[in-house]
Design a protein around this ligand. Structure first.
Ligand code: PMV
Length: 323
């Protein structure tokens, strides 16, 4: 790695994200709608007088990684992503300690890997860098983690907001006419997005006749979802979320646990519930009844999880502001 600029920025913030609809299909050029989780990761970077390596620690993810200038043969995706980002930026990060603070769970479909890549890209590129340059550099790392990322996670992590994202096109902001209350439940089951994306690819290649109509149905659901969001037609929004979960399950990316958590949400009175992100574990997104009191709805949800799943999974409300 050419040692052109040995100094990193001392602080970077990156957003997380939740996909409302269109995950997986977005890899094939269909639109998806996603919202950002603002300022979900904070990276702080200090120069160390005593060590030559790069040290990355994110205690919330149980992550403590040390990397030296010479690559070894046993490096995992995180090591490779770190090297790729700094090499692309032509920055030598050695002798720095990067410390991350976050409430995003790792590997749960809430954009943790993109947030990390965006945070690192910001540290590497410095304060003059454009958002587009940060996005492009973060995609270098995301490609290591995900193989063939659509870019939706990185886009939300850099630019924030609520967007309709289509690969290769300028993302369109979705201007919510009022606040939107959602809830997230974490299944606490980690998974690798790259494997789930590869599984969908294999299933679609095995059934080429079904690919076009399947993606067309995703696209129609996302269009209907956008219209329901703009009209604040929450009953329809919930219905579309239900349909979308079934479609994703048909692609093989749901699990009995995710299906069970969606059922708990519906029994608790939600208008709709679906897996969000790559599936296989990660999180469930649900739409509570429009006027539900958070405390009452939370208690109802907990009671359903305890009865049906034998335990209470981590869950929290997510209030999306009018855009
Ligand atoms: O990594 P996740 O769980 O946030 O999933 C990303 C969304 C996918 O559509 C499944 C993949 C992609 O690159 O868009």
């Amino acid at each position: 790695m050419t040692d052109l600029r040995p100094t990193l920025q001392d602080k970077a913030l990156a957003h997380g994200k939740v996909i409302l609809g269109g995950e997986h299909a977005v890899v094939y050029g269909c639109p998806a709608i996603a919202v950002s989780i603002p300022r979900a990761l904070e990276l702080r970077c200090e120069r160390s007088e005593t060590q030559q390596d790069l040290l990355l620690s994110v205690p919330a993810w149980g992550l403590e990684r040390r990397l030296g200038p010479t690559p070894s043969t046993s490096e995992d995706r995180l090591d490779q992503a770190l090297r790729a980002i700094f090499a692309s930026a032509r920055v030598a990060p050695w002798g720095h300690h990067i410390h991350g603070k976050t409430e995003l769970p790792a590997g749960a479909g809430l954009g943790s890997s993109a947030a990390l890549c965006v945070g690192l890209a910001k540290l590497a590129l410095g304060p003059q860098a454009s958002d587009q340059a940060i996005f492009e550099l973060s995609m270098v790392g995301e490609s290591v983690f995900h193989g063939d990322p659509s870019g939706i996670d990185s886009h939300l992590s850099v630019f924030g907001g609520v967007v309709r994202f289509t690969r290769g096109q300028k993302p369109e902001p979705v201007r919510l006419p009022g606040p939107l209350g959602l809830w997230i439940i974490s299944s606490q089951t980690p998974r690798q997005s790259a494997n789930l994306v590869a599984g969908v690819k294999a299933r679609m290649e095995a059934l080429p006749l079904l690919a076009k109509p399947t993606w067309a149905l995703f696209e129609a659901q996302v269009q209907a979802m956008q219209e329901a969001l703009l009209a604040r037609a929450f009953k329809n929004l919930g219905l579309i979320m239900q349909m979308q979960h079934q479609l994703l399950a048909g692609l093989g990316v749901s699990t009995p646990q995710l299906d069970g958590l969606c059922t708990c949400a519906m029994q608790a009175g939600a208008l709709g519930a679906k897996l969000t992100g790559a599936g296989g574990g990660g999180c469930v997104l649900l739409l509570p009844p429009p006027d539900a009191d958070n405390k009452d709805f939370g208690s109802q949800l907990e009671a359903e999880m305890q009865t049906q799943m034998g335990k209470i999974y981590p869950h929290f409300p997510l209030e999306i502001q009018e855009q």
